[in-house]
Design a protein around this ligand. Sequence first.
Ligand SMILES: *Cc1c(COP(=O)(O)O)cnc(C)c1O
Length: 393
Amino acid sequence: MDHFIPLSVPNFEGQEVNYVTKAVGEGWVSTGGAYITELEEKMAAFLKVEKAVAVQSGTAALHLALIESGVGPGDAVFVPTLTFIAAVNPVKYQFAHPIFVDADDSLCMDPAKLKKYCEEECEVRDGVLFTKQGNYPVKAIVVVHVFGNMADMESIMEIAETYHLRVIEDATEALGTKYETGKYAGKYAGTIGDFGAYSYNGNKIITTGGGGMLVARNTEEAKHMAYLSTQAKDDPHFYIHDEVGYNYRMTNVQAAIGVAQMEELEEFIERKQRNFERYRKHFEGEPNMKLLPYRKGTSSNSWFYALCIEMDRLSINPRQLVEGLSQKQIGSRLIWGLISEQKPYQNDLRTDVSTAKEYAGKVLNIPCSTNLTEEEIDYVAATVKAMVKEATV
Ligand SMILES: *Cc1c(COP(=O)(O)O)cnc(C)c1O
């Protein structure tokens, strides 16, 4: 290969530069402007919700959702351990306690282990779920749709209803993922629980450089979060603030890029799905590796591809595999380590996390940009297969 194939790069094939030029030219560069409203309206229409709120990042969206859920100091929140740490940090911003939940074979939160923890490690008093250890009131669940794969929302929503927990969907990796069958047929990831957080970071399916979007099942709550995101300004002319607010609003320059990217979203999803299918055929039946499928009954945005490799059968370790691929001009990356093992989180509560730990040592992400060519996909698949074969002991 005569050039490097990156893991994931943004794609600006549309009106990005034109819209940014217009925003700058008109002087609307900050947290007000027509592109912000337009992006919110485009997202709301796409997701089939009443209102979407444009914010500075996916992390800011998650933080606002926790605040709106009433999560405060001393409360507890269920979170996944196998995901990007941004899904969990906002729990600590609120001085609340994360309770780490294991993953299942979808790499998303395992509802069976969540349920078991509620039944065995918690007790209900006056309709509120308390942890036995620490006696923390449990307020919410943060569920992540890992790599664009829908979590088992039917099971998770049932558990949430039983124990009166609010559900915050981290759909930062799953914009465009939806149910096709079942109770939530037609529903997009992020629009099933109480809140949905999206990210437009550089490696997500569409990007604004950095930015995010927030939706809520209850439109009044969405409006309140928009208010909190703009320093909780009660009055357009006088400095009246009845609550502590945040500087979490998206800028018009970011939104200009976002509007252009929204125009390309459907096309990007189609390409990601097509590329996944091409990889899938390449890896089908291959020994010691498996391209993990997306959930049955859903249509995934196919954002990232998770190649599960039986590393313990190889003479090389995962790091050597990534380095070897890099030498062959292929960008790849290992799945995250468990958050429950990171320094700030080592002492927090958790379920048994054995499945997450197993996958953490096995899953490799391979190039998935929307501008990948068929030749590049064929080269990546052939190279990975050859390297694994050679290292098999
Ligand atoms: C990217 C990401 C976030 C954070 O989004 P930002 O816009 O970067 O703040 C949160 N959770 C997960 C799972 C992510 O992948």
